[in-house]
Design a protein around this ligand. Structure first.
Ligand code: ADP
Ligand code: MG
Length: 381
């Protein structure tokens, strides 16, 4: 009797709880989030899972099934910066939660990720948000989801050293199944857009990630900031590139170097494409939506210069297939994935075509995921 009830007490105390947060695919609105612009991502049905059980001390022991080396950290002696290790992401979230005033309870944690890692589908936001939810609930602490998303972003910006915008963490928190999320990154207002049932979100992984991805991302952010600084001398209302139209740029192009001008033009034109794409989706005009995706890709390739030959090839291949309404790179660029809007009845032939042609041109086998728009982060039973 005594043994049984002790066992019961033990399992109630140490039974792990499991939390899930999804990756995302961005339909349109790339490199606009950190310019306070518009984005239209959807959470996808690939998630990262975090199992957590409390400990008596203030240590966090974190293992991931996707990486070999486990880590243990002491919450009372936190690092202030990452060390280039996979665990920087969950550790950074713990550090930011503590810095924001939450006193965390120590825990043993196990991570299992099914979001392809480093492929532009934001496995990083998925592990951050799942970790954040797990640590908060394990400590009986609460925060609203916007604050959670922002703390996760801060972890990535300040602890990992990657100056990402808020889109990924936001949609991992707020995604809804069957819907894309139209987010205004200035006020963080958002609304959900139902995705039509006769088309699929098909994601093609180029299986490359060029080394310069993170450094070039940060360099593009610096270009945008320089654009704001130069343009605001003539246009005092400009606080971010969100405030600029392509017309403004044309009129004031002598104020900025040519390269900076192209970076700004991408952001300005992309913001208007997202708005147009949202109204196209609302009236079920998928042809227009697809054309805007194509324009977005060309702008990212030529003006923002974040594509690469594998992404361009993947988009070119997609555009040769019947039933493909639109194709573009998705995520930060320099490798990773494309997003393709494909009529349901053409998905099989699309997959076959890409699976045959892409290896022929590159020697690499692509992974192709037919994604559903999924629910945001939650406790998983
Ligand atoms: P993306 O977000 O496009 O997948 P990033 O380079 O931004 O690529 O983030 C990938 C990093 O996030 C990994 O190198 C690792 O540090 C961390 N990460 C993501 N998923 C996991 C996981 N399942 N287990 C451990 N670390 C993970
Ligand atoms: Mg990432």
């Amino acid at each position: 009797m005594l043994i049984l009830s002790t066992q019961q007490a033990l399992s109630e105390t140490f039974q792990p709880k499991v939390y899930r947060a999804p990756g995302r695919v961005n339909l349109i609105g790339e490199h606009t989030d950190y310019n306070q612009g518009f984005v239209m991502p959807a959470a996808i049905d690939f998630s990262t899972w975090v199992a957590i059980a409390p400990r008596q001390d203030r240590k966090l022991s974190i293992r991931s099934e996707n990486f070999a080396e486990a880590v243990e950290i002491d919450l009372d002696q936190p690092a202030t910066q990452g060390r280039g290790h996979w665990s920087d992401y969950p550790v950074g979230v713990a550090v930011k939660l503590e810095q924001s005033g939450h006193r965390l309870v120590g825990a043993n944690m196990l991570v299992r990720g099914e979001v392809p890692i480093g492929s532009g589908l934001s496995s990083s936001a998925a592990i951050e948000v799942a970790t954040g939810l797990a640590l908060l609930e394990n400590s009986d602490a609460k925060t609203d989801r916007v604050t959670l998303a922002k703390l996760c972003q801060q972890a990535e910006n300040e602890f990992v050293g990657m100056r990402c915008g808020l889109m990924d963490q936001f949609v991992s928190c707020f995604g809804e199944s069957g819907h894309a999320l139209m987010l205004d990154c200035r006020g963080l207002d958002y609304h959900l857009l139902a995705l039509p049932e006769n088309v699929k979100l098909v994601v093609c992984n180029t299986m490359v990630k060029h080394d310069l991805a993170n450094s070039e991302y940060n360099a593009r952010r610096a270009d945008c900031e320089e654009g704001v600084r130069l343009l605001s001398r003539k246009l005092p209302f400009v606080g971010s590139l969100r405030d600029i139209t392509t017309g403004d740029l044309q009129r004031h192009k002598d104020q900025i170097p040519e390269v900076i001008g192209r970076r700004c033009r991408h952001v300005a034109s992309e913001n208007s494409r997202v708005l147009e794409a949202a109204s196209a989706l609302e009236r079920s005009d998928l042809e227009t939506f697809g054309q805007l995706m194509g324009e977005s890709h060309r702008s990212l390739r030529d003006d923002y210069e974040v594509s690469c030959k594998e992404l361009d090839l993947m988009v070119d291949l997609a555009n040769q297939v019947e039933g493909v309404l639109g194709a573009r790179m998705t995520g930060g660029g320099f490798g990773g994935c494309t997003i393709n809007l494909v009529r349901s009845e053409n998905v099989d032939s699309f997959k076959q075509f890409v699976a045959r042609e892409y290896p022929e041109a590159t020697g690499r086998n692509p992974e192709i995921y037919v994604c559903a728009a999924a629910q945001g982060a939650e406790r998983a039973e």
